[in-house]
Design a protein around this ligand. Structure first.
Ligand SMILES: NC(=O)C1=CN([C@@H]2O[C@H](COP(=O)(O)OP(=O)(O)OC[C@H]3O[C@@H](n4cnc5c(N)ncnc54)[C@H](OP(=O)(O)O)[C@@H]3O)[C@@H](O)[C@H]2O)C=CC1
Ligand SMILES: CCCCCCCCCCCCCCCC(=O)[C@@H](N)CO
Length: 309
């Protein structure tokens, strides 16, 4: 019965010979994805703000993959016109990876409204700008080539569960899931598959910056999920995109989180649908155990540090 029910139907989305457009492709996870996609024979375009870092990234991708057709586009995703211009220059996209993102964890009371708006504008509004700019040509392309396309959106495990220190960041990343679920309904008849990627802490230049300000409790709780290397996250992400998966977890805790938060998300895999149906109660129990542990940690921390300075 689940094999009949699982929708949308599974797809194979090839990368070889196709145009893959990756935002935040000059650093960390985005750069690792760009390199791996180029190695698989894709024409890759990368977008970020800093042109010097983009050019360095292009040289690194070329060295690694031997491809000399990497496109670079300097634009801020908050600027809808600049994003539209970049997509016109780059030409029709087969696989759009909205990976750009910023993260500064801080207790809500200590975080300025400006910093909250900055995170939401880049992580959420920037993704809207990209998808709106890319979609018309993507749609034309899938009907012309008869090959499925993909829109991949980089969320985070902090987009599946809210944890201490991530009010603004989690809000911006949870929002991407609502965007992705609704968008999948709208683009399925254009043969476009949406993938949401949920990495744990990943060793990148961005995480190094984050650690300078991350509250200790955030460190402890985020440590509940093992860290990963950017190359390993990139591989999981690309494998998920190529098989048209809607939810793409990256490690074991991520797979548990995916089952625990399956909700009303689309599911193409009858096997995963089966695990979700059978695992629902068990994973809810596991989730309660994690929450018990996190609340104990927070209460003990505050008890030890008397009152917050
Ligand atoms: N590292 C981690 O622990 C995790 C990261 N993630 C998510 O993965 C994604 C990538 O993270 P990571 O590789 O660590 O990030 P990095 O900080 O290493 O790289 C971020 C990339 O995004 C670009 N970028 C940032 N702001 C903008 C903007 N306004 N317009 C255009 N490009 C922008 C940066 O280039 P430039 O500054 O030049 O614009 C850079 O290329 C993010 O969405 C993040 O939230 C999810 C889970 C864990
Ligand atoms: C029922 C099963 C439960 C499984 C428990 C899993 C534990 C979840 C921990 C959440 C970690 C959030 C890391 C965010 C990383 C990130 O996005 C940043 N580095 C950027 O700020």
């Amino acid at each position: 019965a689940l094999a009949f029910l699982a929708r949308p139907r599974a797809a194979r989305i090839p990368l070889k010979g196709r145009h893959v457009f990756i935002t935040g492709g000059s650093s960390g996870i985005g750069l690792a994805m760009a390199t791996a996609a180029a190695r698989e024979g894709a024409r890759v375009s990368i977008l970020a703000r800093n042109l010097a870092r983009l050019q360095e990234a292009r040289a690194a991708i070329q060295r690694d993959s031997g491809r000399d057709d990497v496109g670079v586009h300097a634009a801020d995703v908050r600027d809808a016109d600049a994003v539209a211009r970049a997509l016109r220059e780059a030409g029709a996209v087969d696989v759009l990876v909205c990976n750009h993102g910023v993260f500064v964890p801080q207790e809500l009371e200590r975080q300025d409204v400006e910093e909250i708006k900055w995170m939401v504008d880049i992580n959420l509004m920037g993704t809207f700008h990209l998808i709106k700019a890319a979609l018309p040509a993507m749609r034309a392309r899938t009907s012309e080539t008869r090959l499925p396309g993909s829109i991949a959106i980089m969320s985070s495990q902090a987009g599946q569960v809210g944890i201490y220190g991530y009010t603004a960041y989690s809000a911006s990343k949870f929002a991407l899931r609502g965007l992705g679920e609704a968008l999948q309904h709208e683009v399925i008849t254009d043969n476009i598959h949406v993938s949401l990627i949920f990495p744990p802490d990943t060793e990148t230049p961005g995480l190094e910056e984050e650690h300078k300000r991350r509250p200790e409790l955030t460190n402890i709780i985020a440590g509940s999920s093992g860290g990963m290397k950017a190359n390993d996250v990139a591989k999981k992400a690309l494998d998920g995109i190529k098989s048209g998966k809607f939810i793409v977890p990256c490690n074991f805790e991520g797979a548990m989180l995916a089952v625990a938060t399956a909700g009303l998300s689309p599911q193409s895999s009858p096997l995963m649908a089966f695990i979700e149906v059978i695992g629902a109660g068990l994973m809810r129990f596991a989730a309660l155990c994690f929450q018990w542990n996190w609340f104990s940690t927070i209460e003990n921390y505050y008890a030890k540090n008397k009152k917050r300075e």
